[in-house]
Ligand binder design. Structure first.
Ligand code: HEC
Length: 112
């Protein structure tokens, strides 16, 4: 009896962990799974010759970037970037957080 209760608690904890992981994807995961690297470069990820997003957060507001990911045609009707309206709010948030995060300092970059 005691063992099965422990087992149930363990399974519940494991399920909670898996669910919370799948609900909060990292920006990196979304960036890679949405093919952003096919056209973009971001701080060591993606195509080196792609459009560089490493410092986009210094020029654009989080709101602008959010809109741009969901529907880039709103900013440029002829843009060669697909919309990403199928992404969940959490997925777009993760991307925006990553894109607007501070650049690693020069000393951190040198050690890589
Ligand atoms: C098929 C190619 C393609 C894909 C895939 C793509 N983009 Fe783009 N993206 C572009 C182009 C083209 C531009 C416009 C660049 C310009 O005008 O300088 C752009 C612009 C942007 C900008 C604005 C850059 C700036 O400096 O103003 C952001 C932010 C951006 N993309 C994010 C993303 C993210 C995040 C993804 C994945 C979810 C993605 N893009 C997928 C082609 C693409």
């Amino acid at each position: 009896m005691k063992v099965s209760l422990l087992f149930t608690l363990f399974m519940l904890a494991a399920a909670t962990l898996i669910l919370s992981c799948s609900k909060t994807p990292s920006g990196k995961e979304v960036f890679n799974s949405e093919f952003c690297p096919a056209c973009h470069y971001f701080r060591g990820m993606g195509k080196p010759e792609g459009i560089d997003l490493s410092r986009v957060g210094e020029r654009r507001s989080p709101e602008w970037i959010r809109e741009h990911i969901i529907n880039p045609k709103r900013h440029d009707p002829n843009i060669g970037m697909p919309g990403h309206a199928h992404l969940s709010g959490a997925e777009v948030d993760a991307l925006v957080r990553m894109l607007t995060s501070a650049m690693p300092s020069a000393s951190e970059r040198e050690t890589r």
